[in-house]
Design a protein around this ligand. Sequence first.
Ligand code: OAD
Length: 269
Amino acid sequence: KRLRGDDPKALADYMKSDQCRNVFLMLGAGVSTAAGIPDFRSPKTGLYANLARLNLPTPEAVFQISFFRNNPVPFYTLAKEIYPGRYRPTLTHSFIKLLHSRGLLHTCFTQNIDTLERKAGVPEDKIVEAHGSFATQRCIDCKTPYEEEKMKKAIKEEEIPRCEKCGGLAKPDIVFFGESLPDKFRASIPSLREADLLIVIGTSLTVYPFASLVYFVPEDCPRVLINLVEVGDFDRPDDLVFTGKCDGIVRVLCRELGWEEELDKAWVE
Ligand code: OAD
């Protein structure tokens, strides 16, 4: 199965073959930019380029747990903007749903906290939200869960939510720099040994340990990068690299697979 290059037909043929049963995905913010959610590191449009107004020592400080403890205001200002609910899944999210309904999706590892994979209809047991999500929240000190409705209200009204038990800061269960990743992330890593295909979409592959997942699939497992720009080290013999907007690339791939009509249907629903 030599797949090197950027031929969508070669990839589609492989995906239709008996050899390809377990597809793994690694997603980043680029999957959701078409939904209107900015990514982090794109030079002009990324969140980190647009945080000057929050007076941070560095843009990443907004997601640093030590900074948050002293000054939670920047995070809550940002949270109001990126809080899920206002956004709908993209065509690429629908492609993930199709992979699932075709019985090909093993696990979708995502760094995204927007929960759009779930919204697109991918079942929760196939998703590993490696950087957590806005779906639950708790006190950063005593870890007591905090009510969702109260968190929603606090974010909307620009108040700082505090734990009713100990007075500590309550925060959505998004993994900040300095916090450990969810247990499910570590527990899911060994399954990558069963991968017949890894598709990496819309991530700069700069944040570890997430970025290291590309090394856990077998040597002969084709790895596919779909990203605006080339990132990472896709230099194994069976690696494929497609540069451009993911929705367009996914459409071409689905055309080759004979899934295009179904893709559009899934997206509209
Ligand atoms: P980045 O902003 O670092 O990377 C997004 C990548 O997607 C870039 O390489 C873009 O070129 C690409 N991209 C943007 N729009 C695209 C499109 N329509 N089609 C294809 N590619 C596109 O975002 P992540 O890699 O997700 O962590 O960032 C990783 C982590 O860093 C995030 O989870 C977040 C951040 O700090 C936490 O919040 C804990």
